[in-house]
Design a binder for this molecule. Structure first.
Ligand SMILES: [Zn+2]
Length: 460
Protein backbone atom coordinates (compact mmCIF):
# COMPACT_ATOMS: atom_id res chain seq x y z
CA UNK A 1 0.00 0.00 0.00
CA UNK A 2 1.32 3.45 -0.80
CA UNK A 3 -0.01 6.96 -0.37
CA UNK A 4 0.98 10.60 -0.37
CA UNK A 5 2.68 11.73 2.81
CA UNK A 6 2.26 15.47 3.36
CA UNK A 7 5.43 15.48 5.48
CA UNK A 8 7.71 14.30 2.67
CA UNK A 9 5.48 15.48 -0.20
CA UNK A 10 5.78 12.21 -2.06
CA UNK A 11 4.12 8.84 -2.45
CA UNK A 12 5.45 6.43 0.13
CA UNK A 13 5.09 2.73 0.69
CA UNK A 14 3.25 2.16 3.96
CA UNK A 15 5.09 0.34 6.77
CA UNK A 16 3.33 -0.02 10.09
CA UNK A 17 5.17 0.33 13.41
CA UNK A 18 3.65 -2.77 14.99
CA UNK A 19 2.96 -5.64 12.61
CA UNK A 20 -0.66 -5.86 11.53
CA UNK A 21 -1.83 -2.96 13.70
CA UNK A 22 -2.29 0.73 13.08
CA UNK A 23 -2.54 3.73 15.38
CA UNK A 24 -4.68 6.37 13.72
CA UNK A 25 -5.48 9.86 14.95
CA UNK A 26 -7.96 12.12 13.19
CA UNK A 27 -8.75 15.66 14.26
CA UNK A 28 -12.38 15.77 15.27
CA UNK A 29 -14.89 18.59 15.36
CA UNK A 30 -14.76 21.80 17.32
CA UNK A 31 -18.21 21.59 18.81
CA UNK A 32 -19.54 25.14 18.52
CA UNK A 33 -21.87 24.56 15.56
CA UNK A 34 -23.09 21.86 13.14
CA UNK A 35 -20.37 20.67 10.77
CA UNK A 36 -20.92 21.48 7.10
CA UNK A 37 -20.69 19.07 4.19
CA UNK A 38 -17.05 20.13 3.58
CA UNK A 39 -16.11 18.99 7.10
CA UNK A 40 -17.85 15.70 6.39
CA UNK A 41 -15.76 15.21 3.30
CA UNK A 42 -12.73 14.81 5.59
CA UNK A 43 -14.52 12.53 8.05
CA UNK A 44 -15.88 10.31 5.28
CA UNK A 45 -12.47 10.10 3.61
CA UNK A 46 -10.86 9.16 6.92
CA UNK A 47 -13.50 6.48 7.30
CA UNK A 48 -12.74 5.13 3.81
CA UNK A 49 -9.04 4.88 4.68
CA UNK A 50 -9.78 3.17 7.97
CA UNK A 51 -12.19 0.73 6.31
CA UNK A 52 -9.62 -0.15 3.67
CA UNK A 53 -7.04 -0.92 6.34
CA UNK A 54 -9.59 -3.16 8.09
CA UNK A 55 -10.45 -4.82 4.74
CA UNK A 56 -6.71 -5.41 4.21
CA UNK A 57 -6.50 -7.29 7.50
CA UNK A 58 -5.09 -4.62 9.82
CA UNK A 59 -6.29 -3.95 13.34
CA UNK A 60 -6.96 -0.24 13.64
CA UNK A 61 -6.95 1.77 16.84
CA UNK A 62 -8.67 5.02 15.92
CA UNK A 63 -8.79 8.09 18.14
CA UNK A 64 -10.83 11.16 17.22
CA UNK A 65 -10.69 14.09 19.58
CA UNK A 66 -13.52 16.45 20.41
CA UNK A 67 -12.45 20.07 20.83
CA UNK A 68 -14.87 21.28 23.47
CA UNK A 69 -12.82 24.23 24.60
CA UNK A 70 -11.15 26.82 22.36
CA UNK A 71 -11.74 30.38 21.18
CA UNK A 72 -14.80 29.43 19.08
CA UNK A 73 -16.68 27.33 21.65
CA UNK A 74 -16.15 29.98 24.34
CA UNK A 75 -17.33 32.76 22.02
CA UNK A 76 -20.48 30.79 21.16
CA UNK A 77 -21.33 30.07 24.82
CA UNK A 78 -20.85 33.72 25.71
CA UNK A 79 -23.04 34.86 22.80
CA UNK A 80 -25.82 32.56 23.97
CA UNK A 81 -25.23 33.30 27.64
CA UNK A 82 -25.18 29.59 28.59
CA UNK A 83 -22.50 27.39 30.18
CA UNK A 84 -19.85 26.09 27.79
CA UNK A 85 -20.70 22.44 28.52
CA UNK A 86 -24.32 23.00 27.50
CA UNK A 87 -23.33 24.29 24.06
CA UNK A 88 -20.71 21.64 23.43
CA UNK A 89 -22.87 18.70 24.57
CA UNK A 90 -25.58 19.67 22.10
CA UNK A 91 -23.15 19.63 19.17
CA UNK A 92 -21.39 16.48 20.36
CA UNK A 93 -24.71 14.61 20.36
CA UNK A 94 -25.56 15.97 16.92
CA UNK A 95 -22.14 14.96 15.60
CA UNK A 96 -22.56 11.34 16.71
CA UNK A 97 -25.95 11.17 15.01
CA UNK A 98 -24.42 12.51 11.78
CA UNK A 99 -21.57 9.97 11.93
CA UNK A 100 -24.10 7.15 12.11
CA UNK A 101 -26.23 8.64 9.38
CA UNK A 102 -23.19 8.75 7.08
CA UNK A 103 -22.27 5.18 8.06
CA UNK A 104 -18.93 6.26 9.51
CA UNK A 105 -17.43 3.56 11.74
CA UNK A 106 -17.04 4.73 15.33
CA UNK A 107 -13.57 5.52 16.71
CA UNK A 108 -12.32 3.53 19.72
CA UNK A 109 -12.13 6.71 21.76
CA UNK A 110 -13.54 10.23 21.40
CA UNK A 111 -11.47 12.06 24.03
CA UNK A 112 -12.73 15.48 25.01
CA UNK A 113 -10.28 18.29 25.66
CA UNK A 114 -11.94 19.45 28.91
CA UNK A 115 -11.43 15.98 30.37
CA UNK A 116 -7.69 15.93 29.65
CA UNK A 117 -6.49 19.12 31.30
CA UNK A 118 -4.03 17.25 33.62
CA UNK A 119 -2.39 15.58 30.61
CA UNK A 120 -2.02 18.97 28.92
CA UNK A 121 -0.56 20.56 32.06
CA UNK A 122 1.95 17.74 32.27
CA UNK A 123 2.95 18.19 28.63
CA UNK A 124 3.35 21.96 29.00
CA UNK A 125 5.44 21.47 32.16
CA UNK A 126 7.75 19.14 30.23
CA UNK A 127 8.13 21.67 27.40
CA UNK A 128 8.95 24.38 29.94
CA UNK A 129 11.46 22.15 31.74
CA UNK A 130 13.22 21.33 28.46
CA UNK A 131 13.37 25.00 27.47
CA UNK A 132 11.04 24.75 24.46
CA UNK A 133 8.44 27.00 26.05
CA UNK A 134 8.40 30.16 28.13
CA UNK A 135 6.01 31.99 30.43
CA UNK A 136 4.86 35.52 29.76
CA UNK A 137 2.12 37.49 31.52
CA UNK A 138 0.42 34.40 32.91
CA UNK A 139 0.42 32.52 29.58
CA UNK A 140 2.83 29.93 28.20
CA UNK A 141 4.16 30.00 24.63
CA UNK A 142 6.09 27.61 22.45
CA UNK A 143 9.32 29.03 21.14
CA UNK A 144 9.43 28.12 17.44
CA UNK A 145 13.07 29.15 17.25
CA UNK A 146 14.03 26.24 19.48
CA UNK A 147 12.67 23.58 17.15
CA UNK A 148 14.81 23.37 14.03
CA UNK A 149 12.29 21.23 12.18
CA UNK A 150 9.53 23.81 12.59
CA UNK A 151 7.74 24.45 9.29
CA UNK A 152 8.62 21.11 7.68
CA UNK A 153 5.06 19.81 7.35
CA UNK A 154 3.65 23.03 5.91
CA UNK A 155 6.81 23.56 3.82
CA UNK A 156 7.55 26.97 5.34
CA UNK A 157 10.71 28.93 4.71
CA UNK A 158 12.34 29.47 8.10
CA UNK A 159 13.36 32.96 7.00
CA UNK A 160 9.71 34.03 7.20
CA UNK A 161 9.30 33.07 10.87
CA UNK A 162 8.89 35.69 13.55
CA UNK A 163 10.31 33.99 16.62
CA UNK A 164 10.11 35.74 19.94
CA UNK A 165 6.75 37.34 19.15
CA UNK A 166 4.08 35.75 21.32
CA UNK A 167 0.63 35.30 19.74
CA UNK A 168 -2.57 34.28 21.53
CA UNK A 169 -4.92 33.26 18.69
CA UNK A 170 -5.51 29.55 17.99
CA UNK A 171 -5.74 30.15 14.25
CA UNK A 172 -3.57 32.41 12.12
CA UNK A 173 -2.17 32.72 8.61
CA UNK A 174 1.17 31.55 7.24
CA UNK A 175 2.18 35.20 6.87
CA UNK A 176 2.42 35.73 10.61
CA UNK A 177 4.16 32.76 12.10
CA UNK A 178 4.97 33.50 15.71
CA UNK A 179 5.43 31.72 19.00
CA UNK A 180 2.10 30.02 19.56
CA UNK A 181 0.22 29.76 22.81
CA UNK A 182 0.14 26.55 24.89
CA UNK A 183 -1.67 27.92 27.93
CA UNK A 184 -3.77 31.06 27.99
CA UNK A 185 -3.83 33.09 31.18
CA UNK A 186 -7.26 33.56 32.72
CA UNK A 187 -9.51 36.18 31.14
CA UNK A 188 -12.90 37.39 32.37
CA UNK A 189 -15.78 35.41 30.88
CA UNK A 190 -13.65 32.34 30.10
CA UNK A 191 -13.59 28.98 31.89
CA UNK A 192 -10.29 28.32 33.62
CA UNK A 193 -8.34 25.67 35.49
CA UNK A 194 -5.64 26.06 38.15
CA UNK A 195 -2.10 25.50 36.87
CA UNK A 196 1.44 25.84 38.23
CA UNK A 197 2.01 28.69 35.73
CA UNK A 198 -1.23 30.47 36.64
CA UNK A 199 -4.94 29.82 36.25
CA UNK A 200 -6.07 29.65 32.65
CA UNK A 201 -7.06 27.32 29.82
CA UNK A 202 -5.30 25.32 27.10
CA UNK A 203 -4.57 26.55 23.59
CA UNK A 204 -6.10 24.47 20.82
CA UNK A 205 -2.94 22.73 19.54
CA UNK A 206 -1.77 21.29 22.86
CA UNK A 207 -5.08 19.39 23.14
CA UNK A 208 -4.33 17.04 20.24
CA UNK A 209 -0.71 16.44 21.28
CA UNK A 210 -1.76 15.50 24.82
CA UNK A 211 -4.70 13.30 23.80
CA UNK A 212 -2.97 11.45 20.96
CA UNK A 213 -0.06 10.69 23.31
CA UNK A 214 -2.39 9.34 25.97
CA UNK A 215 -4.28 6.97 23.69
CA UNK A 216 -1.75 6.12 20.97
CA UNK A 217 1.62 6.72 22.62
CA UNK A 218 4.33 9.21 21.64
CA UNK A 219 4.89 7.69 18.17
CA UNK A 220 2.14 6.32 15.95
CA UNK A 221 1.40 5.52 12.32
CA UNK A 222 -1.09 7.86 10.71
CA UNK A 223 -2.54 11.29 11.42
CA UNK A 224 -5.25 12.68 9.18
CA UNK A 225 -7.27 15.84 8.77
CA UNK A 226 -8.38 18.43 6.24
CA UNK A 227 -5.76 20.49 4.36
CA UNK A 228 -6.71 23.49 6.50
CA UNK A 229 -5.34 21.57 9.52
CA UNK A 230 -1.79 21.44 8.07
CA UNK A 231 -0.98 24.93 9.25
CA UNK A 232 -0.86 25.92 12.00
CA UNK A 233 -2.57 23.05 13.81
CA UNK A 234 -0.60 19.98 12.69
CA UNK A 235 2.67 21.88 12.40
CA UNK A 236 2.26 22.88 16.05
CA UNK A 237 1.26 19.37 17.12
CA UNK A 238 4.53 18.06 15.68
CA UNK A 239 6.54 20.76 17.46
CA UNK A 240 4.92 20.09 20.84
CA UNK A 241 5.02 16.29 20.67
CA UNK A 242 8.51 15.87 19.22
CA UNK A 243 10.09 18.41 21.58
CA UNK A 244 8.44 16.87 24.63
CA UNK A 245 9.18 13.25 23.71
CA UNK A 246 12.42 13.56 21.76
CA UNK A 247 11.19 11.18 19.05
CA UNK A 248 9.22 11.13 15.80
CA UNK A 249 5.54 11.89 16.42
CA UNK A 250 3.78 10.48 13.34
CA UNK A 251 5.07 8.52 10.34
CA UNK A 252 2.40 9.40 7.76
CA UNK A 253 0.30 12.54 7.41
CA UNK A 254 -2.70 12.42 5.08
CA UNK A 255 -4.78 15.50 4.27
CA UNK A 256 -8.05 15.77 2.43
CA UNK A 257 -8.64 18.68 0.04
CA UNK A 258 -11.41 21.26 0.36
CA UNK A 259 -14.92 21.05 -0.95
CA UNK A 260 -16.46 23.91 -2.92
CA UNK A 261 -20.10 24.34 -3.89
CA UNK A 262 -20.80 25.20 -7.55
CA UNK A 263 -17.10 26.12 -7.80
CA UNK A 264 -17.40 28.72 -5.04
CA UNK A 265 -16.15 28.67 -1.50
CA UNK A 266 -18.93 27.56 0.80
CA UNK A 267 -20.14 30.43 2.95
CA UNK A 268 -23.27 31.42 4.81
CA UNK A 269 -23.37 34.79 3.06
CA UNK A 270 -23.43 33.15 -0.40
CA UNK A 271 -26.34 30.94 0.67
CA UNK A 272 -24.42 27.80 -0.39
CA UNK A 273 -23.57 26.55 3.08
CA UNK A 274 -25.01 23.09 3.80
CA UNK A 275 -25.04 20.96 6.89
CA UNK A 276 -25.96 17.28 6.60
CA UNK A 277 -29.41 18.08 8.00
CA UNK A 278 -29.90 20.68 5.22
CA UNK A 279 -29.28 18.04 2.55
CA UNK A 280 -31.48 15.41 4.19
CA UNK A 281 -34.18 18.04 4.67
CA UNK A 282 -34.21 18.47 0.89
CA UNK A 283 -34.97 14.79 0.57
CA UNK A 284 -31.49 13.50 -0.29
CA UNK A 285 -30.37 10.01 0.70
CA UNK A 286 -27.43 10.15 3.17
CA UNK A 287 -25.83 7.22 1.32
CA UNK A 288 -25.84 9.32 -1.88
CA UNK A 289 -24.12 12.10 0.08
CA UNK A 290 -21.51 9.61 1.27
CA UNK A 291 -21.05 8.22 -2.24
CA UNK A 292 -20.54 11.71 -3.64
CA UNK A 293 -18.04 12.64 -0.91
CA UNK A 294 -15.85 9.57 -1.48
CA UNK A 295 -16.02 9.49 -5.26
CA UNK A 296 -13.55 12.33 -5.90
CA UNK A 297 -9.92 11.58 -5.10
CA UNK A 298 -9.02 13.01 -1.70
CA UNK A 299 -6.19 15.21 -2.98
CA UNK A 300 -8.45 16.91 -5.54
CA UNK A 301 -10.84 19.75 -4.90
CA UNK A 302 -14.37 18.37 -4.75
CA UNK A 303 -17.00 20.49 -6.49
CA UNK A 304 -20.29 19.76 -4.76
CA UNK A 305 -23.37 20.29 -6.94
CA UNK A 306 -26.92 19.00 -6.68
CA UNK A 307 -26.53 17.50 -10.16
CA UNK A 308 -23.54 15.58 -8.81
CA UNK A 309 -25.59 14.41 -5.86
CA UNK A 310 -28.29 13.17 -8.25
CA UNK A 311 -25.66 11.24 -10.24
CA UNK A 312 -24.38 9.69 -7.03
CA UNK A 313 -27.93 8.63 -6.29
CA UNK A 314 -28.25 7.03 -9.75
CA UNK A 315 -25.00 5.13 -9.26
CA UNK A 316 -26.34 3.80 -5.96
CA UNK A 317 -29.59 2.80 -7.62
CA UNK A 318 -27.67 0.82 -10.21
CA UNK A 319 -26.05 -1.17 -7.42
CA UNK A 320 -29.35 -1.64 -5.58
CA UNK A 321 -31.16 -2.81 -8.73
CA UNK A 322 -28.33 -5.22 -9.39
CA UNK A 323 -28.58 -6.60 -5.86
CA UNK A 324 -32.34 -6.97 -6.30
CA UNK A 325 -31.88 -8.97 -9.53
CA UNK A 326 -29.29 -11.22 -7.89
CA UNK A 327 -31.63 -11.97 -5.01
CA UNK A 328 -34.23 -13.15 -7.50
CA UNK A 329 -31.98 -15.60 -9.30
CA UNK A 330 -33.49 -19.03 -8.84
CA UNK A 331 -31.85 -21.53 -11.19
CA UNK A 332 -29.91 -24.41 -9.80
CA UNK A 333 -26.70 -25.57 -11.38
CA UNK A 334 -23.92 -24.84 -8.90
CA UNK A 335 -21.20 -22.22 -8.89
CA UNK A 336 -19.38 -21.66 -12.16
CA UNK A 337 -15.67 -21.12 -12.53
CA UNK A 338 -16.29 -18.24 -14.93
CA UNK A 339 -18.09 -16.17 -12.27
CA UNK A 340 -15.64 -16.95 -9.50
CA UNK A 341 -12.69 -15.92 -11.71
CA UNK A 342 -14.50 -12.75 -12.75
CA UNK A 343 -15.16 -11.83 -9.10
CA UNK A 344 -11.62 -12.60 -7.96
CA UNK A 345 -10.19 -10.42 -10.75
CA UNK A 346 -12.62 -7.60 -9.97
CA UNK A 347 -11.83 -7.69 -6.27
CA UNK A 348 -8.09 -7.69 -6.94
CA UNK A 349 -8.48 -4.69 -9.27
CA UNK A 350 -10.55 -2.86 -6.63
CA UNK A 351 -7.95 -3.50 -3.90
CA UNK A 352 -5.03 -2.62 -6.19
CA UNK A 353 -6.56 0.76 -6.98
CA UNK A 354 -7.38 1.50 -3.34
CA UNK A 355 -3.84 0.54 -2.33
CA UNK A 356 -2.49 3.08 -4.81
CA UNK A 357 -3.03 6.33 -2.87
CA UNK A 358 -6.73 5.51 -2.45
CA UNK A 359 -7.56 5.77 -6.14
CA UNK A 360 -11.26 5.52 -5.56
CA UNK A 361 -12.24 6.27 -9.20
CA UNK A 362 -10.23 3.28 -10.34
CA UNK A 363 -11.69 1.14 -7.57
CA UNK A 364 -15.27 2.15 -8.38
CA UNK A 365 -14.52 1.60 -12.07
CA UNK A 366 -13.47 -1.99 -11.34
CA UNK A 367 -16.58 -2.46 -9.23
CA UNK A 368 -18.95 -1.24 -11.96
CA UNK A 369 -17.12 -3.20 -14.66
CA UNK A 370 -17.86 -6.34 -12.67
CA UNK A 371 -21.52 -5.34 -12.29
CA UNK A 372 -21.73 -4.78 -16.03
CA UNK A 373 -20.10 -8.12 -16.84
CA UNK A 374 -22.36 -10.07 -14.47
CA UNK A 375 -25.46 -8.24 -15.73
CA UNK A 376 -24.66 -9.56 -19.25
CA UNK A 377 -24.91 -13.09 -17.88
CA UNK A 378 -27.78 -12.54 -15.45
CA UNK A 379 -30.05 -15.06 -17.25
CA UNK A 380 -27.44 -17.81 -17.06
CA UNK A 381 -26.57 -17.38 -13.36
CA UNK A 382 -27.20 -20.09 -10.81
CA UNK A 383 -28.28 -19.41 -7.23
CA UNK A 384 -24.73 -20.21 -6.09
CA UNK A 385 -23.27 -17.74 -8.60
CA UNK A 386 -25.67 -15.06 -7.42
CA UNK A 387 -24.75 -15.74 -3.78
CA UNK A 388 -21.06 -15.41 -4.67
CA UNK A 389 -21.70 -12.07 -6.38
CA UNK A 390 -23.73 -10.83 -3.40
CA UNK A 391 -20.91 -11.81 -1.04
CA UNK A 392 -18.48 -9.92 -3.28
CA UNK A 393 -20.63 -6.79 -3.10
CA UNK A 394 -20.91 -7.09 0.67
CA UNK A 395 -17.12 -7.38 1.00
CA UNK A 396 -16.47 -4.31 -1.14
CA UNK A 397 -19.19 -2.47 0.72
CA UNK A 398 -17.25 -2.98 3.96
CA UNK A 399 -14.85 -0.47 2.37
CA UNK A 400 -17.27 1.81 0.51
CA UNK A 401 -19.99 1.73 3.15
CA UNK A 402 -22.61 3.05 0.72
CA UNK A 403 -25.18 0.27 0.97
CA UNK A 404 -27.35 0.02 4.00
CA UNK A 405 -26.86 -2.98 6.22
CA UNK A 406 -29.24 -5.72 5.32
CA UNK A 407 -28.48 -8.95 7.15
CA UNK A 408 -29.75 -9.61 10.68
CA UNK A 409 -26.33 -10.97 11.70
CA UNK A 410 -24.75 -7.68 10.70
CA UNK A 411 -27.33 -5.67 12.64
CA UNK A 412 -26.83 -7.84 15.73
CA UNK A 413 -23.06 -7.46 15.47
CA UNK A 414 -23.50 -3.72 15.39
CA UNK A 415 -25.65 -3.78 18.53
CA UNK A 416 -23.04 -5.91 20.32
CA UNK A 417 -20.39 -3.42 19.24
CA UNK A 418 -22.42 -0.47 20.59
CA UNK A 419 -22.89 -2.28 23.91
CA UNK A 420 -19.17 -2.98 24.11
CA UNK A 421 -18.44 0.68 23.51
CA UNK A 422 -20.95 1.72 26.16
CA UNK A 423 -19.26 -0.56 28.70
CA UNK A 424 -15.92 0.92 27.76
CA UNK A 425 -17.26 4.47 28.14
CA UNK A 426 -18.64 3.59 31.59
CA UNK A 427 -15.33 2.11 32.65
CA UNK A 428 -13.64 5.35 31.64
CA UNK A 429 -16.35 7.26 33.53
CA UNK A 430 -17.45 8.89 30.28
CA UNK A 431 -21.10 8.75 31.31
CA UNK A 432 -22.27 11.29 28.76
CA UNK A 433 -20.92 9.11 25.95
CA UNK A 434 -22.48 6.04 27.58
CA UNK A 435 -25.83 7.84 27.61
CA UNK A 436 -25.52 8.79 23.93
CA UNK A 437 -25.01 5.10 23.12
CA UNK A 438 -27.89 3.98 25.34
CA UNK A 439 -30.17 6.49 23.57
CA UNK A 440 -28.99 5.20 20.19
CA UNK A 441 -29.73 1.61 21.23
CA UNK A 442 -33.15 2.63 22.49
CA UNK A 443 -33.86 4.25 19.13
CA UNK A 444 -33.15 0.86 17.55
CA UNK A 445 -35.61 -0.76 19.97
CA UNK A 446 -32.92 -2.40 22.09
CA UNK A 447 -33.33 -2.69 25.88
CA UNK A 448 -30.28 -3.33 28.04
CA UNK A 449 -30.42 -5.67 31.02
CA UNK A 450 -27.67 -5.66 33.65
CA UNK A 451 -27.15 -9.28 34.76
CA UNK A 452 -24.47 -11.05 36.84
CA UNK A 453 -23.02 -12.32 33.53
CA UNK A 454 -22.68 -8.81 32.16
CA UNK A 455 -24.97 -6.73 30.01
CA UNK A 456 -27.61 -8.63 28.01
CA UNK A 457 -29.94 -7.10 25.49
CA UNK A 458 -33.28 -7.76 23.96
CA UNK A 459 -35.14 -6.26 21.07
CA UNK A 460 -38.67 -4.95 21.61
ZN1 LIG B 1 -6.14 18.19 16.16
Amino acid sequence: MRFFNTLTRRLEEFREIEKGAIGLYTCGPTVYDYPHVGNYRSYVFEDLVKRFFLFSGFRVRHVMNITDIDDKTIRKANELGVPLAEVTQKYIDAFHVDLRTLNILPAEVYPRATRHIPEMLDLIARLLAKGFAYEKDGSVYFSIERFKEYGRLANIDRESLKPGVAADADEYEKESIQDFVLWKGKKPGEPSWPAPFGEGRPGWHIECSAMSMKYLGPHFDIHMGGVDNIFPHHENEIAQSECANGETFVNYWLHCQHLVVDNRKMSKSLGNFYTLADLLGRGHDPMAVRYLLISTHYRKLLNFTFAGLEMANQALNRIKNFVFSLKNVNSSGGATLEISVLLADAEAAFAKNMADDFNVSGALGAFFDAIHAVNQKMNDLSREDAAAVLAYIERLNTVLGVLEKSGQAELDAEIEELIRRREQARKQKDFAQADVIRAELKKQGVTLLDTPDGVKWKKE
